[in-house]
Ligand binder design. Structure first.
Ligand code: 13P
Length: 253
């Protein structure tokens, strides 16, 4: 059975104080209101991770993730954070291949394949992002675009390792724009990705892979998106910065 997941990607937002307040509000609401089969993942900036862990003792359906990691284990890579560091700090997840990292930091599928490997070697679960820009969607080439990202970033993995991956489909034209993919558009792409996984790894693995949707998910549209057969949750940006909105989204399953 695949997991239902609401993951909050805070991106580069919140000071230490603001982050503590947001996380403690989320923890309290999750504790009081959320079904226990929904998994919440908080992905704040690196520097928040350690202090926010302390708030989580005993909340088994909340986990932490980082927004990136290096493709190297250690060494002279100024400014980078490694997968072993994240694991040793208690992180369970790491977002890899977010479109903002692909666009602003030049991350390619082959670099991301290395990051996926080092994350898995260190016991982190990658949340691997894929998604097409507007121009690609306008040419109706989104399927090829996304399938190439999935294949080049992930299909070198063994059956066992692929079974640990979470995928997030985030059409770039829907990120931070207020423009959400329709439930039909999301379902269509998620089903396409699941079929692609079936072709490579078989039906059982495909059925067990959580595929999240990201791009302007809000309390008002989450229920319709999450009710799609192949949408297993959301990777939420802007709305994860407001505790009430984020938890309402997590309650939309
Ligand atoms: P928004 O929810 O702000 O559109 O961001 C989506 C996203 O990029 C999550 O990773």
């Amino acid at each position: 059975m695949r997991k239902k997941i609401a993951a909050g990607n805070w991106k580069m937002n919140k000071t230490m104080e603001e982050g503590k307040i947001l996380a403690s509000e989320v923890v309290n609401m999750v504790k009081d209101e959320l079904r226990s089969d929904v998994h919440v993942i908080l992905c704040p900036p690196f520097i928040h991770l350690t202090s926010l862990h302390a708030m989580l003792e005993g909340h088994s359906n909340i986990a932490f993730g980082a927004q990136n990691c290096s493709n190297h284990a250690s060494g002279a890579y100024t400014g980078e954070i490694s997968a072993p560091m994240l694991k040793s700090n208690g992180e369970d997840y790491v977002i890899l291949g977010h479109s903002e990292r692909r666009e602003y930091f030049g991350e390619t599928d082959s670099l991301l394949a290395e990051k996926i490997d080092i994350a898995l070697e260190n016991g982190l679960t990658p949340i691997y992002c894929c998604g097409e820009p507007l121009a690609v969607r306008e040419r109706n080439e989104q399927t090829d675009h996304v399938q190439r990202q999935v294949e080049d970033g992930l299909f070198h993995l063994s059956d066992e390792d692929f079974g640990k991956i979470v995928i997030a489909y985030e059409p770039i034209w829907a990120i931070g724009t207020g423009k959400t993919a329709s439930a039909d558009q999301a379902q269509e792409m998620h089903a396409t990705i699941r079929k692609q996984i079936t072709g490579q790894y078989g039906e059982e693995t495909a059925n067990n892979t959580s595929i999240l949707y990201g791009g302007s998910v809000k309390p008002g549209n989450a229920e319709e998106l999450f009710s799609c057969m192949d949408v297993d949750g959301g990777l939420i940006g802007g709305a994860s910065l407001k505790s009430r909105d984020f938890v309402d989204i997590a309650k939309a399953f």
